[in-house]
Design a protein around this ligand. Sequence first.
Ligand SMILES: [Zn+2]
Ligand SMILES: [Zn+2]
Length: 143
Amino acid sequence: MIENNDNLKKLINLSKEKGLKLTPQRMVIFRILSESNQHITVDTVYQKAREEYPMLSLATVYRNMEQMVDAELLTQLDLGGTSMRYDTNLDEHHHFVCSKCGKVFDVYLDDVNYTLDEGRSQLGNARVNSLDLHLQGTCGECL
Ligand SMILES: [Zn+2]
Ligand SMILES: [Zn+2]
């Protein structure tokens, strides 16, 4: 519970920093994001938000989530599923997706910096801005 509060505070502080207004809709979305696992879809946010905010439209949720991505409160992930996922974990990390249950796990890989350097030199020292590594397999629970 304390952790959820911290997440919520983090989102509120970030949004103030980036100049995003704390509208009631946005507060509802923030709360859902802070209570969810970190890789939620817009549809799930919408379903949950409507429970307390029945007037809310899917378009509004989409627009808000996009603004949050633009303001770098969230990152948008294409993990190969049918819908985009949204991540509130802003630390540099990667993802493992279970192909059985669809769960998404955060993975921290130290060797990735080495891989990045390797990639750069293969590309004639190109500037690599980001690396999106996405592992797929079967999670421990499904095995
Ligand atoms: Zn699984
Ligand atoms: Zn993540």
